[in-house]
Design a protein around this ligand. Sequence first.
Ligand SMILES: Nc1ncnc2c1ncn2[C@@H]1O[C@H](COP(=O)(O)OP(=O)(O)OP(=O)(O)O)[C@@H](O)[C@H]1O
Length: 336
Amino acid sequence: MIRFENISVKYTLKSKQEVEAVRGVTLEIGEGEIFGIVGTSGAGKSTLLRTINLLQRPTDGRILIGGNDITHLRGESLRQLRLTTGMIFQHFNLIHNKTVFDNIAFAMRSAGKSKSEIERRVPEVLELVGLLDKAKSYPSNLSGGQKQRVGIARSIANDPQILLCDEPTSALDMETTQSILDLLKEINNRLKITTVIISHEMDVIKKICDKVAVMSKGEVVETGDVFRIFAVPEHPFTKQLVNSTLDLELPRKLNENRTKRLFKLVYRGERAEEPVISETVRKFPVDMNILHGKIEYIAEQPIGVLILNLEGAKESVDSAVSYLKTRVAEVEELHA
Ligand SMILES: Nc1ncnc2c1ncn2[C@@H]1O[C@H](COP(=O)(O)OP(=O)(O)OP(=O)(O)O)[C@@H](O)[C@H]1O
């Protein structure tokens, strides 16, 4: 487990002016979790991430890994910490004049691994990331997604316990992003490496993380299970981030020239698969039209909205609505 206790990081600029990039962060990341840190540019995400392997030393506070205080490690124990912490980067940070094999071998040699160990392990990690046939290629002959796969292979070559991912998909297109996130998830599942991933995109968090911390202006403003954060965000900044990605707002045309009774059903949990709609129509003498719907699965649970038009005698519609209220998270009548 990684524990931040009241971590602050200040940078002193040449002008002697101080920038407080991280302010009093207390946070726990469980063993084997995929933990996201999300926030807009300049929120302090990279700075916080880099304190985990002390690429950035905190100005205040303590960091504990597996109960051990690592805040002041130096020399050989610092080297050991870095060896047990793999890292991948937005722009891959590969060595351009070395082959794929040698990029990974270099990281292993730096960790003191023997030639025979390197020769056994490099093909193994290349196979894991699906690039065994590229061992002799140079980075310049690889696509962005392939370069990141090499970055991932290199980061796990020394069997780390923690994997730090600094905006790992920001330089990639949507399709490649998905395949890299799938790979990170597979590696987390197979190797049980605690994975910390920073991103400015809630979409990335939604697709891969178990838990998330939301950062704004150096502070963690909210933290929790990904599903909870998307279903019931509490902090205004989190609400803003969630709204921008889920986009559960109604299409404007539904609010124009409205003559029918419309209801908004909100799903927040396990009930989207249940035949709520057909049961309602069967139980009550009402007609129902679905006008708009958007349901997404986050942490394998549905979140979304349906917009329904219900028609029939007023009492029948009211009874149907009362029934719906017992079956989904929220039912709200939309008034023009
Ligand atoms: N080496 C540095 N020296 C001075 N200020 C820095 C340094 N690194 C970061 N900062 C400042 O600290 C704040 C947090 O930066 P940081 O890179 O941690 O944020 P971030 O959330 O990762 O944003 P981004 O995604 O843009 O990198 C910013 O105001 C940034 O300008």
